[in-house]
Design a protein around this ligand. Sequence first.
Ligand code: NAD
Length: 257
Amino acid sequence: MQIEFSGRSVAVTGGGSGIGAATARAFAALGARVGVLDLDEAGAEAVATEIGDAAMAIALDVADAEAVTQALDRLAEVQGGLDVLVSNAGILRAYTMDDMGPQDWARVLATNLSGPFHCLHAALPHLRASAQAGRGPAVINVASTTAKSISRHGGIDYTASKSGILGLTRHAAYELGPSGIRVVTVCPGPTLTSMVAAHNTEERLAATARMIPLGRWVQPEEIADVILFFASRHAAMCTGTCIEVDGGSLISNGVAH
Ligand code: NAD
């Protein structure tokens, strides 16, 4: 099985850090041109600079539909279209329902669930053009194993937003299938990134590792590998579906080894 993306144009939201940065690097290493889109302008610039000529950084807030349209139109103009959208940007806040307010709920849902919708909606004309040119367009939404369980680290808003991505993916896959556009979800389990570091002590990291049957945290590059498979021609008949990349954490149901 050979995966390569020469001549393909890819957009990765949240590309300035963690899973998104690993994904942007991996696509570029296999020949794609990559848009590194992030709220954190410096993070996006750093990743794009590291990748080199194949990448461009764009600062945007995925919750802002107008900004998303402008960013994806610009990217498609510069990169000669858009074939793959990876909606990966997300935020997690650690609180209980007693500690959060309506504005917290609104911000997490706007980023984690409305964001992927705005990106998909804005990308549609480009993805349709990609399909018509026979370039096999795909949308990969990054949810979480939380979508099938509950968040141990985040709040109710995180669980609800990630669960919503599964519905978004299913519906979009159904509606866009006849147009030749595939839409899938990757559900990461505990993955070592800054999002996790911000909410954990060494002790909690070790305790979580004991609940992962494969015995360790997932590396961002291991999520990127599955995203690249989904984007490739080898996944040509995968749509509306989800792969968990979690070392088995979902099946262990919190039971430690
Ligand atoms: P991260 O914090 O390292 O990266 C997230 C990136 O998204 C950051 O660069 C951030 O600036 C960007 N971002 C946040 N809000 C944004 C917005 N409104 N617009 C544009 N960009 C925005 O986190 P990560 O662990 O790499 O997470 C990537 C995705 O994977 C997230 O959707 C997260 O929910 C999901 N996920 C992570 C884990 C984990 O254990 N790390 C587990 C399951 C799912």
